[in-house]
Design a protein around this ligand. Sequence first.
Ligand SMILES: Cc1ncc(COP(=O)(O)O)c(C=O)c1O
Length: 385
Amino acid sequence: MIYANYAATSPALSPGVVKELCEYVGGTHLNAARNFEGLEAGAIALRARQAIGKLFNAADPLKVIFTSGATQSLNMVINGLIKPGDHVLATSVEHNATVRPLEALRKNGVIEIDWLPCEPDGSLDAETVRKAIRKNTRALVMSHASNVLGTILPVVECCRIVREYGILSILDTAQTAGVLPFTPGDYGERLADVITFTGHKGLGGLAGIGGFVISGEASREMRPWISGGTGSASHSLEMPEFMPDKFEPGTQNTIGILSLAVSVEEILRISIESIREHERALMVRFIAGLREIKKIKRYGTLDPDRSVALVSILVQGYDCGEAARYLFENHGIITRSGLHCSPLAHKTAGTYPDGTVRFSFGNGTTEAEIDAVLEALSKMEHAVS
Ligand SMILES: Cc1ncc(COP(=O)(O)O)c(C=O)c1O
């Protein structure tokens, strides 16, 4: 079996994560959790906040908020920060996790949206952002990299531009957290006001955990979108104003948070730079091999320096679902076909409504696996000739 679907979810937890999770659910941790529930959960959450704060170059771990994933984070942030009458900018390669909450507000007459047009390969000229700014523009919501085309968007430049106008920047790092470095001064609190992340892709945690990192100013402006008990300020009928309680009501997903703490600590030890270099080298090999195979149409920039380890393709003579099934049934290769929850990105690429077959690789992918995928694709080419 070859797993080429890292963009959807990471295939396995690391042995280190499994060990700590087993200890937590099966051992002394459980008793500790039962007896001192809040204390134990709080210590685990702080450990995860510190690791994630380091990863995103965010100075204050209390501004790292946990949610069930990027989808919940984007819903909370969009609904908590955007007000009636606002104008919002977002790109034409956004995932439905951004598109649907924004479109729901637009449909109800609450906001106006401009979908900034990316090129068919997913790239965006940052100046497009400046040209679209209006008097009532409140926020820019954008992906760090497209989950359909792999293209890395110019988030540094775009966030800098909107900041000049006092406009909020909200980044969706579902495809880049744990994969691309967040260099001090480039990303993090200083550049984007909010960075949303999911735990089960590049960060190597369990499904059902994610969160966002928020600047002090944005955290004061943002309204809690989900309310409930926080175990603090219990006399009050309203959510507390202090962090992280303001955005973390209810019993938290401590086991998910623990998985993130351990996996992000491992990523920091391995170093993001070496993960990126490995994935870049895989892309160099994969793209060079793809170019040799006729009857394949490739999408995205096909430039390993401007892309995460992800390529969408179409094989002549196959519908994308058939191609994915062929690869799985004949070669044990797991890909993802269809629209990948990003209809706008497929409209941008010209692959709507049928979609593409997406290959996405990760830190566990080997060069031998890339070669085996290329070999399978060239057999497919012969199957249709
Ligand atoms: C770009 C992008 N944003 C958001 C999401 C949503 O992430 P989750 O399902 O973990 O909430 C995904 C997941 O596929 C994604 O690729």
